[in-house]
Write a protein that binds this ligand. Structure first.
Ligand code: AMP
Length: 145
């Protein structure tokens, strides 16, 4: 049992498969403890997810060193989004448990260049792969300096 007491970590969840290199994604940033990539069904243009390289389902499972690392990566991504999309407002969101609407059971922080009043629907519309690749490249280039 994990600390949230009702779900077991699934080694074959979609983000675990990304970390194992088994499925493709549009990478924005990676370090030894985290990975950031484009959300495939964005709630706004430039929607990025940051995940820890730890088998954590949700916040209750996250080890302090990974929590810190995820937030440091989230800061980098947010600063890059501000520059690329020329906007200050970036939503940071994170869902814990299916009752909250969580659909992928590997902890992840959403960073969405949007306003809470304009946010698109959650995980509904698939984006164009070419556009995602282009946005990932732009964000990665800003982070790399
Ligand atoms: P949540 O509902 O908070 O668990 O969010 C899961 C997020 O993962 C949603 O925003 C989905 O659009 C996104 N997602 C699902 N599959 C993929 C994928 N293969 N690549 C990138 N993002 C994904």
């Amino acid at each position: 049992m994990n600390q949230n007491n009702h779900v077991q970590y699934d080694d074959n969840n979609i983000f675990a498969k990304m970390l194992k290199g088994e499925i493709p994604y549009h990478k924005v940033f990676e370090d030894d403890k985290t990975l950031a990539f484009m959300d495939i069904m964005p709630q706004a243009k430039g929607h990025v997810l940051v995940i820890p390289k730890q088998k954590a389902i949700e916040l209750a499972d996250l080890e302090p060193e990974y929590a810190a690392a995820v937030l440091m990566t989230a800061k980098k991504v947010m600063q890059a989004q501000r520059q690329v999309f020329e906007r200050e407002g970036i939503i940071q969101m994170q869902l814990n448990g299916s009752q909250a609407g969580q659909t992928v059971f590997h902890y992840h922080v959403h960073l969405i260049p949007s306003s809470i009043h304009e946010l698109g629907r959650h995980a509904v519309t698939q984006a164009d792969q070419g556009e995602l690749a282009d946005l990932a490249q732009q964000l990665a280039a800003v982070i790399a300096g």
